[in-house]
Design a protein around this ligand. Structure first.
Ligand SMILES: [Zn+2]
Ligand SMILES: [Zn+2]
Length: 166
């Protein structure tokens, strides 16, 4: 099933924002070593948007040509990986964690599985808890993070960062 609609997203600091209209096709996790390195993570979640309906709505990403075939777009200010792009293709891949609603697009397959970390399937079973659960120090730290949070909200903004009140 494919749904034509508008997707927005951007980097953590908000310097780079984008918008795609249509369908985010081929949602997948890429485990290849280049995606691991580019994500600083064990895999890169990607789906592609039609280039014709894709645009950068704020700022400009920086690009690293990880090969002659593809370049990777990221925010130079905060480092968020945003795009995997093969110039000339009629689509551009979006890093799905940068969507304003990351629950929106569900991966349907995996690629680069030769590099997949061998304990990948064990990850959901690791012991864990919610961010502010546990001890007092953790709860206080979490509150301090919330009160000084500089992460761009998950929607387009007129001005960012918000103007300081005087
Ligand atoms: Zn940024
Ligand atoms: Zn990859």
């Amino acid at each position: 099933m494919s749904i034509s609609r508008i997707y927005t997203g951007g980097c953590q600091c908000g310097a780079v924002r984008y918008r795609a209209e249509g369908t985010l096709a081929d949602p997948h996790l890429c485990h290849c070593r280049m995606c691991q390195k580019a994500a600083g993570n064990y895999f890169m979640p990607l789906a592609n948007a039609p280039r014709a309906s894709f645009r950068i709505t704020r700022g400009e990403p920086s690009w690293f040509y990880s090969s002659e075939v593809a370049r990777r777009g990221f925010c130079a200010a905060c480092g968020t990986p945003l795009f995997y792009d093969m110039p000339g293709a009629d689509f551009i891949n979006i890093v799905l964690g940068s969507l304003d609603d990351p629950y929106d697009v569900r991966p349907l397959k995996q690629s680069g599985v030769e590099s997949r970390v061998p304990w990948f399937s064990h990850l959901p079973g690791l012991p864990g808890g919610e961010t502010d659960a546990g001890n007092k120090a953790g709860a206080e730290r979490h509150l301090a993070i919330l009160e000084s949070n500089r992460q761009h909200p998950d929607f387009d903004t007129e001005h960012w960062p918000p103007e300081e009140e005087t």
